[in-house]
Write a protein that binds this ligand. Structure first.
Ligand code: AP5
Ligand code: MG
Ligand code: ZN
Length: 218
């Protein structure tokens, strides 16, 4: 099964992708995570993306299209993948259609996480991850069971993203409404859009998504 999770920054794409990954054994493809890894490794792509990401703007289409096209060819994607943060523009959506056709793959469902933009800053500003294993947490909504210790790997080191501040968040939201939200109409017209309420608790969102995945799988 191949699916897209779409929604503004802080909507819960990463949180839900991780969940689907473990329930369905399909792989999360987050262009944001891949770009952050490239920045950390100091690659050419990373050097090109670093400042753009820090400002909350979108990295050029050809960069992310190239990354995803290569990634989808990897053997771990054969059982299916969850696109988290891609496509983000109409040209990216068109390129995805072309690449899936060329690779004889299809898109099963597009899940829109519908959220109230007023409440997203709180989610973003409170977010942090385990510096060792990447598990995601939140100061209020998803605390580790033991304060200061990662539930998954027991590490005590955590990190916050450089773009997770109120000012950059506004630019990221603007980019979403300007460039990405037209994709909701695009996938609605193609017939594979399903919308879930992203403002309810994490496990409720998870159950709502699961219903659509079961339906899409037939
Ligand atoms: P990316 O990494 O994709 O960031 P984003 O879209 O801004 O989304 P986030 O990762 O911030 O949010 P999320 O929806 O994953 O939320 P999460 O689950 O973590 O992209 C970063 C940058 O890379 C972009 O700005 C751009 O520069 C570049 N880029 C990436 N892809 C690109 C592309 N295709 N084209 C061009 N440029 C690209 O949840 C957030 C917090 O809320 C967490 O703490 C979580 O615990 C909590 N939470 C989640 N769900 C709930 C809930 N239901 N209730 C309460 N709290 C919740
Ligand atoms: Mg994310
Ligand atoms: Zn950890």
């Amino acid at each position: 099964m191949n699916l897209i999770l779409i929604g503004p920054p802080g909507a819960g794409k990463g949180t839900q992708a991780k969940q689907i990954e473990s329930t369905h054994g399909i792989v999360q493809l987050s262009t944001g995570d891949m770009l952050r890894a490239a920045v950390k490794a100091g690659t050419e792509v990373g050097k090109r993306a670093e400042l753009i990401m820090k400002k909350g703007e979108l990295v050029p289409d050809e960069v992310v299209i190239g990354i995803i096209s290569d990634r989808i060819d990897q053997p771990d994607c054969h059982h299916g993948f969850i696109l988290d943060g891609f496509p983000r523009t109409l040209p990216q959506a068109a390129a995805l259609d072309d690449m899936l056709r060329a690779k004889s793959k299809k898109l099963d469902v597009v899940i829109e996480l519908k959220v109230d933009p007023k409440l997203l800053v709180e989610r973003i500003v409170g977010r942090y991850t385990c510096a060792k294993c990447g598990e995601g947490y939140h100061d209020v909504f998803k605390k580790p069971e033991k304060s200061g210790v990662c539930d998954v790997c027991s590490s005590t080191e955590f990190a916050r993203r450089p773009d997770d501040n109120a000012e950059t968040m506004n630019t990221r939201l603007m980019a979403y409404y300007r460039d990405t939200s037209p994709l909701i109409g695009y996938y609605f017209c193609k017939g594979n859009l399903r919308t879930v309420d992203g403002m309810v608790a994490i496990d409720q969102v998870e159950r709502a998504i699961e219903k659509h995945l079961v339906e899409a799988r037939g």
